[in-house]
Design a protein around this ligand. Sequence first.
Ligand code: MRU
Length: 351
Amino acid sequence: MGKETELKKADYQPIEWLDGKVRILDQTLLPREEVYLDLDDYRDVASAIRELKVRGAPIIGIAGAYGVALGARKINADNTDDFLKNLENIIDTIGATRPTARNLFFALERMKQATVKGKNVPDIKKSLVEEAVQIHREETDATHHLSLFGAELLKDGWTVLTHCNTGPLAASGYGTALGVIITAYRQGRKIKVLADETRPLLQGARLTTWELEKAGVPVTLITDSMAGYFMAKGGVDCVITGADRIAANGDTANKIGTYTLAVLAKENKIPFYIAAPVSTIDISLKTGEQIHIEERKAEEVTRFQSVTTAPEGTLAANPAFDVTPHQYITAIITDKGIIKESYLEGIKRVL
Ligand code: MRU
């Protein structure tokens, strides 16, 4: 790859395999505190994923793979059959954490396949660590490729609206949607960002502003409900978000509120882009209607951290994602190239 791949990496490490442990940057404490956690039990990795200490589809996959490698190292079994039975339980526990991010299941499937590479238990344990490191490396490389492809779409002087958090914290490497933005900026285009705060857990306010400020990209925080106002008055040149799962026809699940942005973008004739590695694509699903949407605890809506924001007992709904039908998506930026309608053929081509 060219000069652009030499761009400076983030000065924080959201996840790494270190001395037989998984080190993660606890994203629930950002931006107030930068705390790294060393996890050496796969159950702790599963909890970290469930509690969003580590979050964002690609990095959930990487964490899941490391979790399996970690769990496998502690299995006490003399024969392969017993070992594989124990491993299945570990994979099931990690797979039960968050249902929407395709990357988690992509990584778990790869980890299952990696077991055939070893002839005996110690060999398989070693293969599993190697496979997790390889998944991490590939996902990181994918963010570099897609960022370079996507950066070509952004013009000098543009204001880009983004939702949730899609930087290195969410995907390793450069990130997905934020990777595209940061790359275009570093290539010399004067890009400005409008970042949605992203209710209810404020990934945009807490994490996207933090990452963009570190990258030196000008960012203005807005509440989710301001997006239409800025689009209507001509203050947005394009919208880019990440994805948690993309169906075979291009329908895309992403953080709740993405569908609203896509409809608003179409109404205001603004391009709407999705940026994701191909590991987010699930060709087993014909359309987005089949995507399992994670429903999270109502308390995430009725309180913020320890502060109650609604009367005690208020009923609240909390779907964590929504599905944007493909006809609202101008293009999907992947590490294998940019896909436009027809998504069915384009997706087959990149896979
Ligand atoms: O619930 P989260 O914070 O894991 O949701 C993350 C998102 O929706 C991201 O936009 C998506 O995973 C793409 S991450 C590069």
